[in-house]
Design a protein around this ligand. Structure first.
Ligand SMILES: Nc1ncnc2c1ncn2[C@@H]1O[C@H](COP(=O)(O)OP(=O)(O)OP(=O)(O)O)[C@@H](O)[C@H]1O
Ligand SMILES: [Mg+2]
Length: 597
């Protein structure tokens, strides 16, 4: 679904509307701090374009010198040669400086844009990420930014240079011979009309080819991410065929674009050479009538070739700039998203909640499925320091309650209060700093065990980390690794067992030392002994904290202060284990019976 939508977006972006152009210009505000580099670069660009014309003029002068056979023609030849050398050196120097200056602008601007995108991605709230694929977002950072890179660094400069060449060249042509210029220009409109029509088609097809390619990348990325899944389901062939289909589409679109381009070139060549031929015939006649000296005629032809080159270049540059506009629009889309809070300036006040939690009549549906109510009037009170459990069927909404407490989503009705104040009125940084979670599925970062534990409180000392690991009953297995705390856990932690990962997550939470603790089925994937170790660690962790335990295994929640049984978004029963266990036919009673069987 995500894929489909991206494609539609990109198709819309083929047209350069005034709106999209305006949006794209906003990206150029990133250039502003470096505008002087850019402006000076443009000056050098104009100078080097000017020297091109000078160069051609010298060639004409050389020709004139030798054809007119002025008496001192050899001296003249020598002096023109020296001037040519000087112009060449200047030309090289101008070009070098221009490239360096534009590179300065580009590299700095792009780094700023990448930082801004990453900053946005980090500050945007969870719902945004549920509507998009990670691959799509990372391609904003890589593909779209690279598109801008070549545009800022090369295309804009080239575009301006070609325009300068075109305008300057035409002025010179008219200066040399108005009549010949008009003859030559008469072939232009044909070429331009064809170029515009075919150009649009080419762009459309190449865009399609690009999109197909991007989709094939998504396939590769997703299969590699879950390569174990692919292999265990022996679905290599299935995945490979999916990829092959995309490849066929890529080839088809690529070829279509090539045919269009080929046809385009044929027509263009006919138009350009036709024009040239006309000019040649008329020019020869004018030379015969002594209306035009030979050197002027050759000068005219060289300038014409020069202009022809710049026109040919303009087409592809225009397409390139158009792609950049698409890219900057997509980037702007991310930059415009409102962030949750200003994480760069969020100061940790160190202030701690007391820890009383109240859910009162909370109504909630996920933003991606607003028509499906997930919580239907949840009311729940957890007094400070109490331990409350949520039990019930899969999909009943237990994990959702935890997510809401962390304020990942807006709620549609009711209130969630901590210490008597709505969670939506707290500073977000403050709120989340006070809540620790050991999630249902622990995903670690690819670094070392030490880094992963320290994630709970960056800046913790080695002693504190070891202490947390010990309390989490993790120290023993960590020390059994030859590299101890420095052991690399592999991509997302795959080199550790489920129970080991959970204990790392517990150590993290211990280090964070939150007032409120959420345990989401933290013992679900363990054997009896590890469960005992983890449970012991959890008991230590829970001590003195307001705790919300989400559990399937009822044995782990016997001693909590209150058990709430959920069914389809509602709490259907609450009480202590002893109260509920005796209610013959009650929801908890039934769950217990199922688990004992
Ligand atoms: N991010 C999401 N977007 C849309 N719907 C979601 C999302 N997460 C969960 N749901 C839906 O919300 C409902 C409650 O999910 P939740 O994860 O809270 O269940 P749970 O009680 O924790 O289940 P389990 O015991 O299996 O973990 C489910 O029907 C689920 O499909
Ligand atoms: Mg869950």
């Amino acid at each position: 679904m995500g894929k489909r939508r991206v494609q539609n977006n990109e198709e819309e972006k083929v047209k350069v509307t005034r709106e999209s152009f305006g949006e794209a210009l906003k990206i150029f505000s990133f250039v502003r701090p470096y505008r002087w580099y850019f402006i000076i670069g443009l000056v050098f660009l104009a100078l080097s374009t000017g020297t091109n014309f000078l160069f051609i003029d010298y060639i004409r002068e050389l020709l004139a010198t030798v054809t007119d056979k002025v008496p001192e023609w050899q001296d003249k030849l020598r002096s023109v040669t020296i001037q040519i050398v000087v112009v060449l050196i200047l030309q090289a120097a101008f070009s070098f400086l221009r490239i360096i200056l534009f590179a300065q602008v580009t590299q700095r601007t792009l780094a700023d844009i990448r930082n801004a995108i990453y900053h946005s991605l980090l500050s945007i709230g969870i719902p945004f990420f549920e509507e998009r694929r990670v691959g799509e977002l990372t391609s904003r950072l890589t593909a779209d930014v690279s598109q801008l890179e070549s545009t800022i660094q090369v295309s804009i400069a080239e575009f301006l240079r070609q325009i300068l060449t075109l305008v300057g060249g035409i002025i010179i042509l008219f200066y040399v011979s108005v009549k010949l210029s008009l003859i030559m220009l008469s072939t232009f409109p044909v070429a331009i009309i064809i170029a515009m029509g075919v150009g649009r088609y080419i762009r459309k097809v190449s865009k399609k080819a690009q999109d197909e390619l991007a989709e094939s990348n998504v396939i590769v990325e997703e299969t590699l991410h879950s390569i174990r899944n692919v292999k265990s389901f022996v679905n290599e062939k299935f995945e490979f065929q999916k990829f092959g289909e995309k490849m066929r589409e890529v080839i088809k679109n690529g070829l279509n674009a090539a045919y269009a381009r080929g046809g385009f070139v044929v027509v263009l060549i006919l138009a350009v050479f036709g024009g040239m031929a006309l000019v040649m015939v008329f020019g020869a006649g004018m030379i015969g009538n002594e209306e035009l000296p030979v050197d002027q005629f050759i000068y005219f032809l060289m300038i014409t070739a020069f202009i022809g080159g710049s026109i040919a270049g303009l087409g592809s540059l225009y397409a390139e700039i158009q792609r950049a506009i698409g890219a900057s629009e997509r980037i702007r889309g991310i930059l415009k998203e409102e962030g949750e809070y200003d994480f760069m300036n969020a100061a940790d006040t160190g202030e701690r909640f007391a820890g009383e939690i109240v859910f009162s009549n909370v109504e909630f549906a996920y933003p991606t499925r607003l028509d499906v109510p997930v919580l239907k009037g949840i009311s729940l009170k957890i007094p400070q320091g109490n331990k409350i459990a949520l039990a019930g069927q899969s999909g009943a909404g237990k994990s959702t309650i935890a997510q809401l407490l962390l304020r990942f989503y807006q709620i549609q009705g009711g209130e969630i209060l901590i210490d008597g104040k709505s969670i939506f009125d707290y500073d977000l940084h403050h709120l989340r700093s006070n809540i620790g979670i050991v999630p249902q599925e622990v995903i670690l970062f690819g670094g070392t065990i030490k880094e992963n534990i320290a994630y709970g409180r960056p800046g913790a000392t080695e002693e504190e980390i070891i202490d947390a690991a010990r309390k989490a009953n993790a120290l023993e297995f960590i020390q059994n690794f030859p590299e101890g705390l420095e052991t690399k856990v592999g991509d997302r932690g795959i080199k550790l067992s489920g129970g080991q990962r959970q204990r790392i997550a517990i150590a993290r939470a211990i280090l964070k030392d939150p007032v409120i603790l959420i345990l989401d089925e933290a013992t679900s994937s363990l054997d009896a002994e590890s469960e005992h170790l983890v449970q012991e660690a959890l008991n230590k962790l829970m001590h003195g904290r307001t705790t919300l335990i989400i559990a399937h295994r009822l044995s782990t929640i016997r001693h909590v202060d209150q058990i709430n049984v959920m069914e389809a978004g509602k709490i259907v029963e609450s009480g202590t284990h002893n109260e509920l266990a005796d209610q013959n036919g009650g929801a908890y009673f039934n769950l217990l019976r199922l688990q004992e069987a």
